[in-house]
Design a binder for this molecule. Structure first.
Ligand SMILES: O=C(O)COP(=O)(O)O
Ligand SMILES: [Mg+2]
Length: 227
């Protein structure tokens, strides 16, 4: 079901899409990599719902939070953990991760409508690009901004304002589609409309609490709210 809180459809000449929890269900493989590191350190694996709640601020923050279940890691401990995490995750990017229902067909339609598509994620580029390429999604995007592409990532508005400038569009003519508080905060700070999907990673909080301009249960519902 779609909830439209603005009353009018969005022009959205540029559609910005979050990655983890919005386009791709990456949690199983992120959990696999984090638990690989925990196991190496002799610790118990974290449950999937717990790991899901750690996603959204980049893989380093995910690993920091997973280690902190036991005790807050030093930066040196986190550096060492990230070497193991990165190697394992890079080799297991797509063991269990899948595109969410409706995503591919919706991207095809948006592209056919002549809209610019952009992927905006806090994931590092070393993982973002192969994930999109191997799922045959990469070519949909005129721009891909990862967590390490610009000096600041979401919830900072920079990736959003950078995108609007890149395509010479006012922010009002863009629309961010995301799944979490980082997305709504970045959008509000940029003055960009935001739609949230209900199926992603926003901890225990319903995305309705974030008061986005629209709420989607399936990506295909995006087509119902665009002018
Ligand atoms: O936490 C991450 O690595 C990425 O999260 P995002 O794609 O939802 O921005
Ligand atoms: Mg997300």
């Amino acid at each position: 079901m779609v909830t439209l809180n603005t009353g009018t459809p969005f022009t959205a000449r540029v559609v910005l899409l979050d990655l983890d929890g919005t386009l791709i269900d990456t949690a199983p493989d992120l959990a696999g990599a984090a638990n690989h590191v925990l196991q190496k350190l002799g610790r118990a694996p974290a449950e999937m719902p717990v790991i899901r709640g750690f996603i959204g601020n980049g893989v380093r923050e995910l690993m920091r939070r997973a280690l902190a279940i036991y005790s807050d890691p030093s930066e040196a401990e986190l550096d060492a953990a990230m070497v193991d995490f990165s190697k394992y995750y890079g080799e297991h990017l797509l063991d269990h991760s899948v595109i969410y229902p409706g995503v591919r067909r919706t991207l095809e339609t948006l592209q056919a409508q002549g809209r610019e598509l952009v992927c905006i994620t806090n994931k590092t580029a070393a993982f973002t690009v192969p994930l999109l390429q191997r799922l045959d999604l990469y070519n949909f995007f005129g721009l891909v901004l990862s967590g390490d592409s610009l000096p600041r990532k979401k919830p900072d508005p920079l990736p959003l304002t950078h995108t609007a400038e890149h395509f010479h569009q006012p922010v009002e003519n863009c629309l961010l589609v995301g799944d979490s508080r980082n997305d709504t905060e970045a959008a509000r700070a940029a003055g960009m409309p935001i739609a949230c999907v209900t199926y992603g990673y926003n901890g225990d909080e319903s995305v309705h609490c974030l008061e986005p301009d629209a709420v989607l249960d399936n990506m295909s519902e995006l087509l119902d709210i665009l002018a």
